[in-house]
Design a protein around this ligand. Sequence first.
Ligand code: GAL
Length: 607
Amino acid sequence: MLSLSLTSRWVSLLYALILATTFAVSAPSSLDLTHEQLGIDLFSRQEKSDSGAGGKKYTLEELWAEVEKGSPVKYAAEQEVRKGPFTHEDIYVPKDPYSQPFLTPDYKSIKDTKVGHLKFPKGFKYGVASAAAQVEGAVKTDGRGPSIWDYVAHQYPSSIYDQSTPDIADNHYYLYEYDIARIKKMGVSTYSFSISWSRVLPLGRGEVNQKGLDFYDRFIDAIIDAGIEPVATLFHWDVPLALEYEYGSYRSERIVDDFVAYAEIAFKRWGHKVKSWVTHNEPGVFCPRYDSTLPLNATNPTQYDGHESRFRCTYHLLKAHGEAVSLYRSLKESGQVAKDGEIGIKLDNSYPLPYDSASPADVENAARAEAFNVGIWAEPIFGSGDWPKIIKEAVPSDLLISFTAKDKELIKGSADFFALDGYDIRITKSLPSPQYDSCKQNTSDPNWPICADGSKLAYSQSLKGGWTLGQQADPLAPWLYNSAGAIRWYGKKLKEMYPSKKYYLTEFGFAEPYESDKTEIHQIREDTARSQYMVDYLSEILLSIHEDNVPWAGIFAWSLLDNFEWYIGLRLRFGMQYVNFTDPSLPRTFKRSFIELRDFMNDHLEG
Ligand code: GAL
């Protein structure tokens, strides 16, 4: 597993779990299991099918019955929308920590020395971010269909660190008005959320769920009524289970039409209110998951597996993205969505720093890692319209689907901004010679395609000499550390490699070390590592704008709240608000990081 640790942050998450399970007594251990290990006969449920044709169709009831074979879905204690007006206590922001004497650390003086009175440009978005599967809950409510995450959390509970499910999560489905009032109080100008595809289309396609549309009507209106700008992502990893069962979702070309039909519903319904759209979240984390791991392998109805699935997903996802953008632009032309609307895709990861910059192999490996993590998406969209040269040379032609001239035309230029989920800057080290060369030629090598040396965690986190770039996050997020010092370097690279009129930092955030072990609210609230991360990142973004002329146009801090962090469940906390998951009313408390973020933005936003 460690050997794969550079391929994506999702893989690293899996690695986190394995690390954790190695050291924790009675911890779950089946996170990264293959079908065989899980004892699943892939094709017992439906026939093998080529590019998805012929998979069995399930009704909504049958799909939920499949999910609930594992355990019944749970419901929140509060199942009514918590309505305003909210009292002072409801949206209580703790006193400015600086009103207390002797407070350390003093971020105010740190940022003042670094960025002085520099301002973000006019219209800069001060945002927070969330995702439907991680916050909404109410998974079986008002006609919603299951997603693969509901399926996996119920069918394979030990694949989630604390065996939690998305069933209730933050109960944002009912508490959204309350949550919006709270972020309004913090001066947030923009809220980036995702729409649950299977809430709108319970079977992923076909019949629309009116109650799902009604929910997002109310939700989007509430955001706008609070004076906050909505930013909507159509797909944040929550594949409708029906489409996974029926044809293997993104493995099949059929996903393109289904995604575009879903996008059309969303654009036509909310396109006048939502002016910033994202088609997909971090495909570079999502598609490689088709290789061998849950949740995507658990229901695979096709004969595609391994690398074949991953590259099919990559191609189909880019096509689905391109078609959706082209539709959006034509709706814009005909006045069916806002004239000033914009659309793009969220990409993650970075151009890694070579572990040893004097080693030609490490330098080459860094370029290779960039190509597989970022370039494979960014080059078709922001560059030539084709796969990066490194990818074309590295991936055998039976795996990599070539773009037609029409595809290229569709995908090239299909983003109005570059959206980076830029949590940190990676480090990479090539496998030692001669394994490096043989790995590059051998798709069965467990380290293929990047062929980085993951045999020591340090190789992905420190430079030669043994120092990391900054503070490590919680051990359950071993991939993450504060690498703000390298952000400007990467900003310049981005501008040079993938020119765009605008760059958004659509996600950045930190998992405070050991936060879940803390029991006292005053300890939890004092999230100094996350606060430091926020202040450091924002300072570097300001400098990147002013000194390097990188046109950053907004930041979106991850996350609005502690939430369901995929394989790590509720255990790993990324929120700038603490959520007490043991109290059925799920009370929220602002942490210091949110106050530091607010103060930083107050000081540096234009007028
Ligand atoms: C991102 C992802 C989010 C969240 C975050 C923290 O990659 O888009 O959903 O999980 O990482 O790990």
